[in-house]
Design a binder for this molecule. Structure first.
Ligand SMILES: Cc1cc2nc3c(=O)[nH]c(=O)nc-3n(C[C@H](O)[C@H](O)[C@H](O)COP(=O)(O)OP(=O)(O)OC[C@H]3O[C@@H](n4cnc5c(N)ncnc54)[C@H](O)[C@@H]3O)c2cc1C
Ligand code: FES
Length: 504
């Protein structure tokens, strides 16, 4: 079994060189996912000088680890949005998301992007009548916004269902192939792309200054396209960070179903789709098992749970891939897209939940319009400074009770072990040494990797992620390698290294 996303394994590695000099551009974009590269393409095409600075490789963030589904519906459901927003707002959400899918489709056709884009139906399935009412309400909500919705009692799946809500004319693609092609097109339009170039600090001003290891970029405008914006911002207390798990399996018999399937299970849903790789192999993908980042002790069990779930429903031959990724849920159900520092022209795009291939595209459309001075009918709707405490209250309280509890863990004598000898090879544990918490990992060869356990974002204590072998912050989702390097999330500074050899 490969521990990598099917999309990443099936794509060629991109080869943009790291930044090695100082430069000045109109617009610096931090992050080469679907948000950053769509904006880069739009702005470079409009004649702006643009540089994309990507810490890893293009698509190596969440974009290349997603499901590749494009739909106007939202993870939270239109029905739930109806409790917080009026009809006009929900119509605008559906229209803007439909426009973003249309934008992707047009680009795929215009540039002949080979990314397996197809219009497909989206289905929400209840396997027992327990969830039929949810489906019926969502069906009405879909009709209200003019989607081509139907209620069925059958679906092209090899097991019995109670009801299916079907929405026609949604879409699927291979997100990694799309993003790589988009990067090539942005470069053709004059955009500079630098991979393996983490931005280490952003000084906002006129101009903005972005520091990297081997070069400094000055820019009159900055787009934070890093999924969760870097640094300490108000928006972080409005976001809940969640990890989700995926496996790709082959079947012994039976058809690989076409389209997007969300199967309701308690409060969440499992997402199922098929994909044929470039070498002609068929796979069935299943994603689910969400939990708050840094909140699950044994998270490897999530893959086993996914496998059991899919084996109970399909004739599975082998599990070929597994991976995980994270998303950020917004407090009021809508993402935060637009300027956060009007004076310095700094923009953010976050809070996409698991709907961000569409929202990321929409964010790029909105931000590039704002930068180019074009009217955009949806910019107010998603404005990051729109904060409405009433609409956000439920999730805000829930997420911040978690954050408060995690701060409380930073009291003395709460370490997991007292001695290094209690940490087995492959394990990570928190240990307290002279009043300071260390995060200590023992690798398979027995060597210890010691870093500070205090998250460099807002000082919560990081927890061990045994599936990814990383230190994950339970407060706002920053993640770090065993040697302290930032992987993702709002933190921008690495966990400082520590060394104590007396604690055996
Ligand atoms: C399991 C899962 C399945 C999903 N499936 C779907 C789906 O089917 N449909 C859908 O619409 N949405 C889906 N989503 C959500 C969607 O994938 C994301 O919202 C979207 O990909 C976010 O794109 P992005 O460009 O904003 O961020 P990313 O793709 O995460 O890109 C951000 C980039 O910024 C880079 N970066 C970070 N820090 C720095 C730094 N300091 N310097 C330089 N670069 C930096 C990262 O390396 C990364 O490449 C899914 C999410 C998950 C977790
Ligand atoms: S991510 Fe905010 S404190 Fe760690």
């Amino acid at each position: 079994m490969k521990k990598i996303s099917l999309w990443k394994d099936d794509a060629k590695t991109s080869s943009f060189a790291p930044l090695q000099e100082d430069l000045h551009v109109d617009i610096a974009i931090v992050g080469g996912g679907i948000t950053g590269l769509t904006a880069a393409h739009l702005l470079a095409k409009a004649g702006k000088s643009v540089a994309v600075l990507e810490a890893m490789r293009v698509g190596d963030g969440t974009t290349g680890f997603s499901t590749g589904n494009l739909y106007a519906i939202v993870e939270e459901s239109f029905k739930k949005l109806q409790f917080k927003f009026d009809k006009k707002t929900i119509q605008a959400v559906a229209d803007s998301r439909t426009a973003a899918i249309g934008y992707i489709e047009n680009l795929v056709r215009e540039l002949a992007i080979d990314c397996d884009f197809h219009r497909r139906p989206w289905r929400l399935i209840s396997e027992t009548d327990t969830y039929d009412k949810i489906l019926e309400k969502e069906y009405q909500a879909c009709l209200d916004v003019g989607l081509d919705a139907h209620l069925d009692s059958v679906a092209p799946l090899p097991f019995n269902i109670s009801k299916a809500l079907r929405v026609e004319n949604q879409a699927q693609f291979n997100p990694m192939q799309y993003i790589k092609a988009l990067a090539a097109q942005a470069q053709k339009a004059g955009c500079m792309i630098f991979e393996r170039t983490p931005v280490l600090r952003i000084k906002e001003g006129s101009p903005n200054v972005l520091y990297t290891e081997n070069g400094t970029v000055t820019a009159s405008k900055v787009i934070n396209a890093t999924h969760s914006p870097k640094g300490v911002r108000f928006v972080h207390i409005l976001l809940g960070s969640y990890r989700e798990y995926a496996i790709a399996v082959k079947l012994n018999s039976g058809d690989y179903p076409e389209g997007i399937f969300w199967l309701i299970d308690k409060l969440h849903h499992y997402s199922i789709r098929s994909y044929t790789s470039s070498s002609g192999e068929n796979y069935l993908l299943v994603l689910g098992e969400p939990h708050k980042v840094g909140h699950k002790k044994d998270n490897e069990i999530c893959f086993k749970n996914l496998e059991n779930y899919i084996r109970a429903r399909f004739d599975v031959k082998s599990v070929d891939y597994h991976w995980s990724a994270q998303n950020y849920k917004p407090a009021d159900g809508l993402p935060y897209i637009g300027a956060v520092n009007h004076k310095a022209n700094v923009y953010i795009a976050t809070g996409f939940a698991t709907d961000g291939l569409t929202y990321g595209t929409l964010a790029a459309m909105i931000i590039s319009d704002l930068i180019l001075g074009n009217e955009n009918q949806w910019s107010k709707l998603y404005d990051p400074q729109r904060h409405n405490p009433l609409k956000s209250a439920v999730r805000f309280i829930k997420e911040n009770i978690h954050v408060f509890m995690d701060y409380m863990k930073d009291i003395p004598y709460q370490a997991e072990v007292k001695r290094f000898s209690s940490i087995l090879p492959g394990e990570g544990k928190t240990i307290e040494i002279k009043g300071e918490k260390f995060s200590v990992y023992r690798d398979e060869s027995g060597e210890l990797h010691q870093v500070s356990a205090v998250c460099t974002h807002m000082k919560c204590i990081v927890n061990w992620n045994n599936e990814q072998k990383s230190w994950d912050c339970p407060c706002h989702g920053s993640r770090f390698t065993v040697d302290g390097q930032v992987i993702e999330g709002p933190a921008i500074i690495n966990l400082p290294k520590r060394e104590d050899n007396n604690q055996h």
